[in-house]
Design a protein around this ligand. Structure first.
Ligand code: GMT
Length: 377
């Protein structure tokens, strides 16, 4: 198949899923064309089946805002024609599904029937997409896609609740490529470079936006480290970084927190981890939790959105209500205080993550592509 993938090329989950999907498809011999404003950060695989097309927006004094959707839909039309693409798979509705609709109409004028698959990821529905400023256009572009998928049952329900949707929605969960996860005893995973022998290592990975409640991460860690000697690895950059750095200083724990910045090797960083914290306000799926579990790390999360589809309470970690940092810290201590118990939670986390392996999930996307091309179901 010849597939164009449109995504955000940055460290957010939707870009990661889109890039991993594209690389996996190319490995299976499909022709994949990434169309976006920058090379996706997770694109670490070179092959003659992977192409990248940059969407460039010229500066012009009249524009207060650069018309990215226009440039994107023009680029989609150009690439579809040049490489005879069969499908445009757009990740994150705003503005990608809208731009794809425009491209589809322009191509129709030229006698080309390009199929548009839209994957909804989370905040494009729950936080941003349903805002009155965008709702009409988002609803229109979802209903005018050929196929719509969401990354969890929870996001499907949110989409149906928040919009007037006339299309069937397929749920295809996020996935993990286990080949990218080092063995437990990998030589590069030297815990003693980060923590002392008696210390546990706790991790949080996110883009540090308010929805991630990074200050809850700091509070939970503060409460845990009073009982269990530990270090906190913070991976990612975002608007709350400065605040939580000050919070760590005020709490007197700055020397126990390592701010590691953005990384496209989270699989490797997670090999150090004993516990993962994800106290998000909302999370359509929680790819970061799944990545942690794939690296044998139990998860302390909220019970918001799609997290219960990933984290099994009392088995792979624990879930608490949003903001209940006492409960989250108590559960974290329960897991960390007993080495045998910790080991059991680690094994359970890995077992659960295996349900979301690339091998299990990729066929669902291929089936959607096949159906949309042959025009059945
Ligand atoms: O909002 C974000 O955290 C980034 C966003 C994205 O699309 O880049 O993440 C969403 O998509 C991920 C991949 O499908 C999901 O795993 C995240 O749960 C989801 N984030 C939220 O719903 C907050």
């Amino acid at each position: 198949m010849k597939i164009g993938i449109v995504c955000y090329p940055t460290f957010g989950g939707s870009g990661v899923v889109a890039t991993e999907l594209g690389m996996a498809l190319a490995q299976k011999g499909h022709h994949v064309h990434f169309i976006t404003y920058k090379q996706p950060v997770r694109l670490d695989f070179i092959s003659n089946d992977i192409h990248f097309h940059e969407v460039f927006v010229e500066e012009y004094p009249l524009f207060q805002f650069q018309p990215y959707e226009l440039a994107l839909s023009s680029k989609m039309v150009e690439v579809v024609q040049m490489y005879d693409l069969e499908i445009l798979h757009v990740h994150y509705a705003i503005p990608h599904a809208y731009a794809a609709y425009m491209a589809k109409q322009m191509l129709k004028e030229k006698g080309i029937d390009i199929k548009v698959v839209t994957t909804l990821h989370g905040t494009d529905i729950t936080l941003v997409g349903s805002h009155p400023n965008y709702k009409t256009a988002v609803e229109f572009s979802i209903n005018n896609s050929d196929v719509v998928t969401t990354v969890s049952e929870s996001l499907k329900s949110d989409t149906l609740r928040l919009f007037n949707i006339t299309k069937e929605i397929h749920v295809i969960h996020n996935f993990i490529d286990f080949e990218k996860y080092p063995e437990i005893e990998a030589p590069e995973c030297q815990r003693n470079t980060i923590a002392n022998e008696n210390e546990r290592i706790i991790t949080h990975i996110s883009n540090l936006r308010p929805v991630k409640r990074a200050s809850d991460v700091m509070e939970i860690f503060y409460k845990i480290q009073k009982v269990i000697p530990s270090k906190l690895l913070l991976v990612g950059e975002g608007p709350d970084r400065e605040n939580i750095e000050c919070q760590a200083k005020d709490l007197g724990i700055l020397d126990k927190v390592l701010f590691l910045g953005n990384s496209n090797e989270v699989n490797k960083l997670l090999c150090y981890s004993d516990l993962f914290l994800l106290p998000s306000q909302t999370e359509s799926f929680g790819l970061a939790a799944l990545e942690a579990m794939a690296a044998r790390t139990p998860v302390i999360s909220t019970n918001a959105g799609g997290l219960p589809e990933v984290n099994i309470n009392g088995v792979t970690g624990f879930m608490s209500n949003v903001g209940d940092t006492d409960d989250m810290a108590k559960n974290g201590i329960f897991i960390l205080e007993d080495s045998d118990r910790l080991q059991q939670f680690k094994e359970n986390a890995l077992e659960q993550a295996k349900r979301f392996s690339l091998q299990n999930v990729l066929p669902a996307y291929k089936e959607v592509y096949r159906e949309v091309i042959v025009g059945c179901c």
